[in-house]
Each structure stands twice: as structure tokens, then as C-alpha cells.
Design a protein around this ligand. Structure first.
Ligand code: KIV
Ligand code: NA
Length: 294
């Protein structure tokens, strides 16, 4: 498949072709994403912190750790558009510091776009990076980097005020130059509405799936359409993450059972001396060996 560009993503929205984004954290997971032409975007998500590095929260991930993993993902990426999360702390201090960190992550992490969490309060940051020619993917709704301030990982935009805030945030971020936006853990009606209001692609995680037809809320008339891109975390999708399963996660595979049984079989075979067998061992010329062992 040809390299995916921003223009290609934009025309997918216009043609209502659903878009799929999947996270990758290293070379093998990046190769796996690239091996399937149906994957449009590979995201080096800062969920890297929990699922790969064993941290408790994405706030513990540093810029240099993100760069290290992004480089590995870039080495394994062919056609998908490749985006990395800007880690917590790398885009909050000042515009200059943010620009420096963004350039560093693009150059050293070798990714094409950067994802930033936040609403209209980060519009100037988004404008600055977009102005430098750095494609920005916005992210509203549940913001994992703010889980303490938000009192946990909770669905957002359920009441009128917070739903209105999400709509206004999304519009402000589009206006500031974002090329796409992630909608995380918000009601499906709200996600459908935002998707329709914006010109740029929205990518849902825990934001429902749109179908044809009409639905209306008292304050939001909504026309649903077929178009609804999705994103999932690698370990959630493969079934290798044993921790909490969020409502919006579907485990498409059960690699954990496969993996655990392979470890069990390997260790048993070692203990029983059935691995390696003769076909898996090297031999030496008999005469030569006699001479050595004499
Ligand atoms: O870090 C991540 O994996 C993410 C998404 C799944 C959107 O930001
Ligand atoms: Na993230």
C-alpha cells in the first residue's frame, strides 16, 4: 500500500471510509501494524508507560523514553501514517520549550505527527506547532495525562455543560490547525455530533460507532453517518493486557493464553530434557571428537 498522507486521511473522511489506528511500541509491533494494509495510522501512544514499561500512569513517561520507542516503531513502519504522543510535561512549560521538544520528537523519534491531550486551553500550542509544519493530532474527552485532576479514568461529556465544552474544544483545536482529533470515552451521540461538525477526521476510542440514520437529543440534532475511525491499544486488542478491561475495549485475540502455554511447554521440555532433541543439536565428526576427548 502507498504511504498514507494527511491528504489521504482527509479524503477518507470525505468518502466516509472508516479509518483504523492501532498503537505500536517497538519494532515487532510496528511491523505487525505495517503488515496489514487496512491499518491507516500507527500511534506510538504514551500508554507505552503502562503496557510496555510497567509504570502506573502515562505521567511517568519521559520524552527520552518516548523517543527511544518511537525510533524503533519508525524502523518497522512502512505505509501507515505514524504519530507519537507528546509525553506529559513536554508541552506544558512554555511555547519555546514545547517547540523544542516537538522538533526533537519528530527528528529523533522519526515520526510524522504528534498527539497532544487537551482542549481550547492548548489552542496556542497547537497553533504554534501546526505553524511550524508539525502535524498535530488533538485529543479530547478522557485525558489520561490528567487522570488525577479528573478524579480517575471516567467517561466525559455526559452532562450538558461538559458536552458543550467538548464540542467547543474540538472546534477550537480544528481552528488552531489540528489535522485530526481523538475522542476518548465520550457518549456516542456526542462523538457523532463532533464528527459531523468538524472538517478534520475524528478517531474514536470509547466513543461509540456510527450507523446510518437519524437520532436526536433535545439540544443536539444529529445525523449519523457510516464514517467512524477507531483506535485501540495493542495489548488490549491482542488480549495480552491482564489488568482492568475498560468498557470500550474488545479483545480481538487471546495471545495471553497462547503466550502462557508456550512458556509452560518450553519450561517443561527443558525440565524433562526433551528440548533440545537430536534434530535441534549440532554434532561433530566422530573421529575428530575421539581425538579431542582422548
Ligand atoms: O496512548 C494511547 O494509547 C492513546 C490512545 C489509545 C488514543 O493515546
Ligand atoms: Na496517549
Amino acid at each position: 500500500r502507498k504511504k498514507v498522507t494527511i491528504q489521504a486521511l482527509q479524503s477518507m473522511k470525505e468518502k466516509r471510509t472508516p479509518m483504523s489506528m492501532l498503537t505500536a511500541y517497538d519494532y515487532p509491533s510496528a511491523l505487525a501494524c505495517s503488515s496489514n494494509p487496512l491499518i491507516d495510522i500507527t500511534l506510538v501512544g504514551d500508554s507505552l508507560a503502562q503496557v510496555c514499561l510497567g509504570y502506573n500512569s502515562t505521567t511517568e513517561l519521559s520524552l527520552s523514553e518516548m523517543i527511544h520507542h518511537a525510533r524503533a516503531v519508525a524502523r518497522g513502519t512502512t505505509h501507515p501514517f505514524i504519530v507519537a504522543d507528546m509525553p506529559f510535561g513536554s508541552y506544558q512549560i512554555s511555547i519555546e520549550d514545547t517547540a523544542r521538544n516537538a522538533v526533537k520528537l519528530i527528528q529523533e523519534g522519526r515520526v510524522e505527527g504528534l498527539k497532544l491531550e487537551g482542549g481550547s486551553e492548548i489552542r496556542d500550542t497547537v497553533r504554534k506547532l501546526s505553524g511550524l509544519g508539525i502535524p498535530v493530532m488533538a485529543h479530547v474527552g478522557l485525558l489520561p495525562q490528567r487522570h488525577v485532576a479528573m478524579s480517575g479514568y471516567r467517561v466525559q461529556g455526559k452532562d450538558v455543560d461538559s458536552a458543550r465544552k467538548i464540542i467547543n474544544d474540538a472546534l477550537a483545536l480544528e481552528e488552531a490547525g489540528a489535522f485530526s482529533i481523538v475522542l476518548e470515552a465520550i457518549p456516542k451521540e456526542l462523538a457523532a455530533y463532533v464528527t459531523q461538525r468538524l472538517r478534520i477526521p475524528t478517531i474514536g476510542i470509547g466513543a461509540g460507532s456510527q450507523t446510518d440514520g437519524q437520532v436526536s437529543r433535545s439540544y443536539l440534532p444529529i445525523t449519523l453517518c457510516r464514517w467512524h475511525p477507531q483506535v485501540l491499544v495493542w495489548d488490549d486488542m491482542m488480549g495480552t493486557w491482564a489488568g482492568h478491561k475498560a468498557k470500550f475495549v474488545r479483545r480481538f485475540g487471546d495471545l495471553k493464553t497462547e503466550r502462557d502455554s508456550a512458556i509452560q511447554k518450553y519450561a517443561e521440555a527443558v525440565k524433562l530434557r526433551t528440548f533440545p532433541d537430536d534434530s535441534e543439536s549440532y554434532t561433530m565428526d566422530k573421529m575428530a571428537w575421539e581425538e579431542v576427548s582422548r
